[in-house]
Design a protein around this ligand. Sequence first.
Ligand code: ASP
Length: 341
Amino acid sequence: MTLHHLTLIMGCVAALAAIAPASAEEARPDGKWSIALHGGAGTLTRARMTPEKEAEYRASLQAALDAGAKVLREGGTAMDAVTATITVLEDDPKFNAGRGAVYTWEGTNEMDASIMDGTNRAAGAVAGVGDVRHPILLARAVMEHSPHVFLSGKGAEQFAAEQGLEIVPPEWFATEERKKQLEKLKKEHLSALDVEFKFGTVGAVAMDQSGHLAAGTSTGGMTGKRWGRIGDSPVIGAGTWADDRACAVSATGWGEYFIRVGVAHEICDRMLLAGEDVQTAADKVIAEVGEMGGDGGVIVMSKDGEPVFAMNTPGMYRGRATSEGTNEVAIFSDEEPTKGD
Ligand code: ASP
């Protein structure tokens, strides 16, 4: 090979490097990635579960966790991992998101979702959508293809159709069990918690091999909701938050309290401004929700890829997987992983 050839080859290599997309970043040298998910918190006690039901829930959580972990293992982004996990849960009628969403007072299914990219704090959210199979993909489309952050109702549905997202008939979301919960709530003048025992919202947080964070949350809200009620799940800073400088959070619980505490943002702020570690910040903010009278839980991913849980309920459907070999799902608050240990 002549010097001329060598110069030519080196020139080509340099040119190729120059045209590589700006967003294609170096993976962390340790190739570290991490993901956590939840499928709602609440009065999840062993007495309420049959072994069969418990096994079904664990299998569903594992399937959703696997979908997100695969994306990260193969070098995909945290955003893609979060949407991969949440779309699996939205299609699963056991969870209160997408198919299997709870009923409004009027007997319809109206869904809320949000997503946030920790790289640049870009965010997208939707509220009160009824015909979009995957509300989380609509939230992401709002973030990526609209000049807005938050769309609602008919307008959001129109945007979904324009974006070519999958539109489904109302029957897609309908399930007998959820319908019965609404009927019981109305007949016996109960609250959503009396008929559901749990919040079934789904969410995921992830750190990819480039060290970027993302968080997403999707829900049908609370049974018997009226007057266009919107919970915390689509509210950026309450149900969802991601900031590469601190953490990524997805929450589930009594939305009104989570909004008032600004749960997801508050946890990351404590880490960023007060220097608290991820578990302390999560525990303190959930304690604050409890002091006000609310209940629920969070999954939090620290900027270093540590996935932790915090809840003030007897259980939370949850799971986490990391490049270091962690791969676990749990339901009850007294079983591992309870926290970040
Ligand atoms: N946080 C949701 C809401 O208030 C409910 C849930 O987590 O299941 O709409």
